[in-house]
Design a protein around this ligand. Sequence first.
Ligand code: FE2
Length: 460
Amino acid sequence: MSDEQLIVLTVALGEEIKKLLADSLSRVQVKEIPMDMDEVLKEQSEAPCLVISGPATPSFPANELAQSLRMQYPETAIFLVWDKREGFERKTFIKNGFSDAFLMPMDITNLRTSVADALAQASKGKLRSYRPVKIIDLEPGQELDFETSIFLPANNRYVKLSNPGDALDEFRVERIKQSKFSNIQVPADQIKQFYAYSAKRLHTLGNSDSLSATEKKERLSGAVRDLIGGLFSDQAASFETGASIMKDCGEIVKSYIIQGAENDWYSRIQTLLGERGDGYSHSANVSTLAALFSMGLGIGKPEELALAGLLHDIGIAELPAEIQVLDPEQMSKEQLETYKKHPEISVELIKSRKIVVPEIVTKAILQHHELYNGTGYPNGFFGDRICKEAQVLALADAFDYLTRLKEGQPLMTPHQAVSHLRSLQVSDPSNIRYNPELLKQLLQLFPEPSAAGNVHPPQS
Ligand SMILES: [Fe+2]
């Protein structure tokens, strides 16, 4: 099958969304139809490999839309793209027949990945899409029935490591583990083979009920996505809904973040490196890092820091869409002023949804952009006026930003990330953004890259 024959059907997609998806759909034939029941039912052309629908309208509600499309295309992936928070009920949409539903702009990374995966599947791997797999999930010397590659962000290039049927030898796996790479890349159309492989491996290792690090990470991101989506549901806030959100947070913190972390401290940190930073994985990472830093530094309670990490940026979802898609460096002065309101909005949102969290969690969220020299926001607090928990959260936030995957830039090791933060302040004493003592302690927890293989978790 040549690429040109792949047809993607779009139903009333807005111009903005079309622009955001232009690259993802550049190698397929796109067929647009308007949002009209008759048009949808009449559409009889060759079956598309993917359907992407814009938000439903009052005359064509989401559930009817889902059912009509599903009847027409029983086997095809059908995505719903929703552009406003009102009425966005992801679980209901999926129950009614959509394969997935994406809330813009928060879900843009997920949407692009899902589109790429669907096209890779339909083209039987001709259109390539890769999924990150945690390197610690691979056993050196074992034959793998899927291809592996590594992504070099500095050159924006994938380099093949092994073909299906090859094994990655011990030396190579150790080299990769000790370098900055926490992920290797598996083609999306071979990801099922990886899951089968990792299930079998865990079973052989006698961990029949535990999950691979890759799946843990995926479930954590999925749970954070559900959690944040659920915060904006139309349901009126009551103490019951607040308690149920809090229960979900507690489950996430316990199952994916705290469990086993003391015994596995450094390798947990390592598995967080080199992620593509969308809003959900950022919240998931900061939550995990804040809990791990809390353990390593002996500051605060890891559970509370994990909770603060999960919720610290939820206020960003309340900002205008055009601000949400920008990095702070790309914002105009006015946009930046609006962006700086997000810590307060996060706290207001927690209160308005009647989520009862410990006071220190609220404080840490409110202060996560305060800086040690008093130049942060919202209050410009100086030094230890900023609570210790917020100082840890700010470090976790900065660490995730530095170690995430950025095209055109090499990855950083944990040691490099913390040294970088530290050297900025040593070379410019007028700009002390983080507590120097905490940075020093944190640096002691991270070995020099050359000694990374011989690290033991800190005794706390
Ligand atoms: Fe923030």
